[in-house]
Design a protein around this ligand. Structure first.
Ligand code: NDP
Length: 273
């Protein structure tokens, strides 16, 4: 079903140089979408674009640091110049962190907000008129950490909650304009996100504290998000972690506190016990 829905659509994806964004680019192009890719690593975007084109797909790219308004504008301009409109804007670019708030240099929290929250705001700002025109979809890739506060990830959870508040308001403001707004909440997904996650002093973690092989794959997430867009869902939950967190939180939020504490304290080198 998602194949037909994305066929011929112009889909802008931030954070398309790695992980979930890269998988969405490849998968949606294979479904017939015209994909427009943004991220900072231009060489990776160019290579992915060439790969998509050599497989018969359509793609364009623009080097984009989502913390810079002018870069986000250029990404949207690239989509318009290449394909004449935008049907789906996926705000996926994101970074994570891992440290106890007690030890955290506040610059890390600012950085998380700059990429995850402000990056979403800037891309939405420039894409919105085109999405209103197409009655298209605005998608934010949040996280289970955007449903309930994840210990050791204050900046990450805060930025994802902020994204949700922002996107929800955009949805309500556009209620009569036919805009679809979806918040997608993947659980742990194998990618680079834990390697690039910032530690207390802002340096990159460089390793993962979890077993990446046991996680969902980025391709699986891409397919679930595509189905969510096709069904014009408001919230796209994935595996048991997301569904259980969303459901149990309504009735027993204290239980979710305890579960999150327990699960995350078991990570090797957890910043709390
Ligand atoms: P990756 O680290 O593999 O990919 C992150 C992407 O974001 C890269 O393409 C990176 O590109 C881009 N990015 C980072 N900073 C910037 C920036 N300043 N400007 C533009 N792009 C940037 O991680 P994932 O694929 O896992 O993450 C994608 C999204 O999914 C994130 O929002 C993340 O929070 C979310 N998520 C991930 C989960 C997981 O377990 N993997 C779980 C739940 C949600 P570049 O470095 O080239 O700029």
């Amino acid at each position: 079903m998602s194949k037909n829905k994305l066929n011929g659509k112009v889909v802008v994806i931030t954070g398309a140089s790695s992980g979930i964004g890269e998988a969405m680019a490849r998968e949606y192009a294979a479904m017939g979408a015209k994909v427009v890719l943004g991220a900072r690593q231009a060489d990776k975007l160019e290579a992915l674009c060439n790969e998509i084109k050599s497989n018969g797909g359509q793609a364009a790219w623009a080097a984009t640091d989502v913390t810079k308004q002018e870069d986000c504008k250029r990404l949207i301009d690239t989509a318009i110049e290449a394909f004449g409109g935008i049907d789906v804007m996926i705000c996926n670019a994101g970074i994570s962190m891992r440290a106890l708030f007690d030890d955290l240099d506040l610059s890390v929290l600012h950085r998380l907000m700059d990429v995850n929250f402000w990056g979403t705001v800037y891309c939405t700002k420039y894409a919105l008129p085109y999405l209103q025109q197409s009655k298209g979809s605005l998608v934010g890739i949040s996280s289970v950490a955007g449903i309930h506060g994840l210990p050791g990830r204050t900046g990450y959870s805060a930025s994802k909650f902020a994204m949700t508040g922002f996107l929800e308001t955009i949805r309500v403001e556009n209620l009569k304009k036919g805009l679809h707004v979806m918040v997608a909440c993947p659980g742990f997904t194998a990618s680079n996100v834990r390697f690039s996650a910032l530690t207390a002093d802002g340096s990159q973690q460089g390793s993962t504290p979890r077993e990446e092989g046991k996680m969902m794959t980025a391709t699986e997430v891409a397919h679930i998000v595509a189905r969510g867009i096709a069904k014009r869902k408001r919230l796209c939950l994935m595996e048991i972690e997301g569904r259980a967190t969303h459901f149990v939180k309504k009735f027993a939020p204290g239980l979710v506190d305890k579960l999150f504490y327990y699960v995350m304290s078991k990570e090797p080198d957890s910043p709390f016990k």
